[in-house]
Design a protein around this ligand. Structure first.
Ligand code: ATR
Length: 275
């Protein structure tokens, strides 16, 4: 690929105004010398497929897909990476000779942030995953691949957590189970919040004993202020709590690599998020 040729990518979502992906991807492009234009596309809720087709015809190289289209795009891809296939959700597509290749970089982005950038081992740890929606589905297989000691799943609607356990139980050696929120009792090493509770400023209390002095919390949501989940971890004596900014950046790094075959440095990216 000639790096002076203008490459165009977009992000599809609704709402989309809040997305910092354009600034972030433009910074990555700058860092590796790709001539990139990256646009936000406010996508009508009732015409994702038509909007996608329009932009594919416009010659985009790739796209990110965010809420609420990650599952719909999964159905529209011509081929899928193993990550997208197990997640049954797609957050990144590449267009090649008119064909749409779907990938999911959310899980690998999360794992890279936790294990490599934050230096937290998941292998052998007792992990609690809260939530059972699209965000959790995207991280399950990469999380299990880290070989934690156990993964307990809990959700406001327990049946959805039980369904995820059934779906992933055959693809792991680790002890995976679903437990009702109010029946949780063991202490966990790592608690991942994949609910959208932080967005609603409404985090339901966990039973006493689930958070100890070594417990680390990780909220998949990112925010300029500590999220309600992060505050909950600290208020209950946990060791450390993170928001999902690191995951957001790393999923973007993997998306860029999927489009352009080069892993960009993240130099200059923190400033985009005011950190
Ligand atoms: P996403 O794509 O962000 O995962 P989603 O698929 O709508 O969004 O899933 C949202 C998740 O957050 C669900 O697990 C939801 O629980 P339910 O399955 O019971 O709906 C959870 N959730 C949303 N609001 C919550 C709240 N106030 N307290 C606890 N869990 C909440």
């Amino acid at each position: 690929m000639n790096s002076t040729t203008l490459q165009r990518c977009v992000i599809f979502g609704n709402p989309i105004a809040q997305s910092k992906s354009p600034e972030m991807q433009m910074q990555f492009a700058h860092n590796v010398g790709v001539n990139l234009e990256y646009l936000k596309v406010l996508t009508p809720l009732d015409d994702f497929a038509g909007t996608l087709k329009h932009w594919v015809n416009q010659g985009i190289v790739g796209a990110n897909i965010t809420v609420p289209f990650k599952e719909e795009i999964y159905q529209l891809c011509d081929d899928l990476t193993p990550e997208a296939r197990t997640a049954k959700a797609v957050n990144t597509i590449r267009i090649q000779e008119g064909k749409i290749y779907g990938h999911n970089t959310d899980g690998i982005g999360l794992i890279r942030d936790i294990t490599e950038l934050k230096g937290i081992q998941i292998a052998g740890k007792r992990v609690l995953v809260l939530g059972a929606g699209g965000a959790v589905r995207g991280i399950m297989q990469p999380l299990l691949d880290q070989k934690p000691h156990s993964v307990m799943m809990s959700n406001r609607t327990l049946i959805k957590a039980e369904q995820l356990v059934q779906e992933f139980a055959n693809s792991t050696q680790c002890d995976i189970s679903a437990v009702a929120w109010h029946d949780l009792q063991d202490e966990f090493d790592l608690i991942i919040n994949g609910t959208s509770a932080s967005l609603q400023q409404d985090f339901p209390a966990l039973p006493q004993g689930t958070i100890g002095s070594d417990t680390i919390g990780y909220d998949l949501v990112y925010s300029n202020q500590p999220t309600i989940f992060m505050e909950y971890i600290y208020d209950n004596g946990g060791k450390k709590a993170y928001d999902g900014l690191g995951m957001l950046i790393e999923q973007g790094v993997y998306a860029f690599e999927f489009w352009f075959g080069k892993k960009p440095s993240i130099e200059g990216v923190m400033a985009i998020f005011g950190r």
